[in-house]
Ligand binder design. Structure first.
Ligand SMILES: CC(C)(COP(=O)(O)OP(=O)(O)OC[C@H]1O[C@@H](n2cnc3c(N)ncnc32)[C@H](O)[C@@H]1OP(=O)(O)O)[C@@H](O)C(=O)NCCC(=O)NCCS
Length: 174
């Protein structure tokens, strides 16, 4: 399948059903999912895949598969989606990686590419990352991608109230 985005080490492309095992290796892993109140079930994993396939059709983007060019393996997910902060819809950069590929700069490389895509292809003026206040690794990706903290709010997810920080980067010369 054609890639949507390419970086020096990564390809980003739409996910499909054949990616289910690679997705499950990420979203069904305890440590990876601590900021999401625990691992997904099989049904939640399938729903996650389908939700992103609906996003590709409806919005033209979503969370994409991140493929390591060197091996062709899917090592994570990164991309863009509409999210709401209180009543406002914002374009968010999201990223989740297989824990065997943490600590190598892949998430930051993918997030920077998503930011450029949002600014140049989607003509966005600002992109956001909404991050649980306990998720230090994710905040560091946002900071390394050129984002700053703008505000905080409480998000309800899986029945739990979670304080979140709102990071964003603004396009220059807008
Ligand atoms: C969030 C997440 C993707 C961050 O992963 P990460 O590996 O910490 O981030 P990066 O891929 O950008 O890697 C950065 C690290 O790689 C190091 N690194 C090694 N080689 C590198 C290279 N060639 N280029 C850049 N950085 C490199 C950096 O120094 C940095 O190390 P440090 O954290 O010790 O300072 C990961 O923790 C994750 O998947 N978490 C679970 C899902 C989640 O919470 N997602 C976010 C929801 S808001």
């Amino acid at each position: 399948m054609n890639s949507v985005l390419e970086t020096s080490r990564l390809l980003l492309r739409e996910m499909n059903q054949a990616d289910y095992p690679s997705i499950a290796a990420i979203v069904q892993e305890e440590k990876t999912m601590y900021a999401y109140e625990g691992p997904f079930s099989d049904a939640e994993t399938q729903a996650w895949l389908e939700k992103n396939r609906v996003r590709y059709k409806m919005d033209g983007f979503g969370l994409w598969a991140v493929i390591l060019r060197e091996t062709g393996l899917m090592i994570g997910m990164a991309g863009l989606s509409w999210q709401s902060i209180d009543q406002t819809q914002v374009l968010e950069i999201g990223y989740l990686f297989n824990k065997h590929y943490w600590g190598m700069g892949f998430a930051t490389e993918a997030a920077k590419a998503c930011k450029e895509y949002a600014f140049t292809v989607l003509d966005a003026k600002e992109v956001y990352s909404i991050i649980r206040d306990t998720n230090i690794a994710s905040m560091n990706v946002a900071i390394r991608s050129g984002m700053l903290v703008r505000s905080r709010f409480i998000k309800q997810y899986r029945g739990v109230l979670m304080p979140h920080l709102v990071f964003s980067a603004k396009r220059l010369n807008t």
